[in-house]
Structures are given as C-alpha cells and as structure tokens.
Design a protein around this ligand. Structure first.
Ligand SMILES: *Cc1c(COP(=O)(O)O)cnc(C)c1O
Length: 218
C-alpha cells in the first residue's frame, strides 16, 4: 500500500522534485514500510515525536522538521536533523546556530514564508525576510545555512487561489536566488502537501511534503 502510494506520487511529481514523507502521528511500523520502499526523507512536526522515531529508525533516514519549532527544543534535534523547514525569525536562527556550533556542524534551514490568506500559518513576510538576510546579525551565523524557502497555501478548494499563492512564493524565491553568501544559497523550494502538491509542482516547487496520500488517513 504505502510503497504503491510512494511510487504513484513520485511518478506524478517527476525526477526533479523530492518527496518528503510526512509521518507525523504514524507508527514506526508504517515508516519502516516506506523505508523498505526506498523512502529516506521523513517529515515530522513535533520534536518529541521525531526524537522517539529517530531512535527506532535506521540511521540513514533524513529527518525534516516541518512544524513550528520552539527555541528550547532545538538542542534535542541539533545533532541529527537534516533540514528545518520552519524558520520564522532571527531569534530562532540564532539558537539553531548556537546548537549547531556545539555539535560541530552546519544545520540547513528553510525560511517559512507567509503566503496564505489565514492567521493560523506561521511565517515571515517578504519584507521581514529581506531585512533579515541583509542584516549584520545574520551574516555572523556561520553554523546555519539557508538553502531555500517553505510556504503553505490557504486551505481552500479554490485552485486558482492556491496556484497564485504558490506562484507568488516562486517569484520571491527567484528574486532572492541571486543573493549568495556563505550561509545563504537557495536550491530548495518546499511547497505542496497532499491536497495541493500538483499545483505546487506546477508553480515550481522542488520539494513536496506529503502525509495522508503516502500513509493514508486513519
Ligand atoms: C501535516 C503537514 C504536511 C502534510 O500534510 P498532508 O495533508 O497529510 O499531506 C505538510 N506540511 C506540514 C507543515 C504539515 O504540518
């Protein structure tokens, strides 16, 4: 089941788009089924749950933190997290940088950009993002690297609205891409989930975060 779901989604999104299997709330047995089908990138939105699963799963799994991250929990994932999708400010970035330094590593991050027409979604505005990446404080962060942007569209049936939101994020990504620094090099645009990943790919996403369509809803 899970293997077939993964195959189907991969065929739809094509070779240039990476599938993150969002495994939040799913038991390790289901993650192992995906793992045995070749899936290595898993997304979790809660630190405690990611830690519990990381201990159980094989060591070559790439763990993606996709949910809102509290500063006081960064320490726990800093040794192993592969990519943090949900950076929404310089304060959090400073904490990630400090914990990465303690672990002698660079932690790759995406900036979560607010594109939806809803109050409930976290993220930076475009103006905040540009202010931050050009700030003196940002330039000093040597143990983080911003490798892309993440965004979530409004939860609506209006496909043209969703597509427009994804396209606006792609446009912003293209605008920032020429900006290069030791800790800033954009390669990744994380947008699209079960309900809208094909619209996201159409708009230029190269990383989709899919949960229900991989593991099912239950
Ligand atoms: C849960 C979640 C997803 C996946 O949602 P599905 O609808 O199950 O595909 C993607 N991104 C984030 C940030 C999530 O929290």
């Amino acid at each position: 089941m899970i293997a077939a779901n993964i195959d189907k989604i991969k065929q739809q999104i094509g070779m240039g788009v990476q599938l993150i299997a969002v495994s939040k709330t799913k038991p390790v047995e289901m993650l192992m089924e995906a793992y045995q089908a070749g899936q290595r990138a898993f997304g979790e939105n809660k630190v405690q749950e990611m830690l519990a699963k990381q201990i159980e799963m094989p060591s070559d799994v790439q763990w993606h933190l996709i949910g809102h991250l509290q500063s006081n929990k960064v320490k726990q994932i800093a040794p192993f997290v592969h990519l943090i999708h949900s950076v929404d400010g310089i304060k959090l970035l400073e904490v990630i940088n400090k914990e990465a330094q303690k672990n002698n590593r660079v932690i790759n991050c995406l900036l979560q950009i607010y594109i939806a027409d809803e109050d409930t979604k976290f993220g930076l505005s475009e103006a905040e993002t540009e202010g931050m990446i050009h700030s003196v404080g940002f330039a000093q962060l040597a143990n983080i690297k911003i490798v892309g942007l993440m965004g979530m569209a409004t939860n609506t049936n209006d496909e043209s609205k969703i597509l427009a939101e994804f396209k606006s994020l792609k446009t912003f990504y293209d605008k920032l891409k020429p900006h290069q620094a030791a800790n800033f090099d954009l390669t990744t645009l994380s947008m699209g989930m079960s309900s809208d990943y094909m619209l996201a790919v159409k708009a230029g996403s190269n990383m989709v975060r899919v949960g229900s369509l991989v593991f099912g809803t239950w």
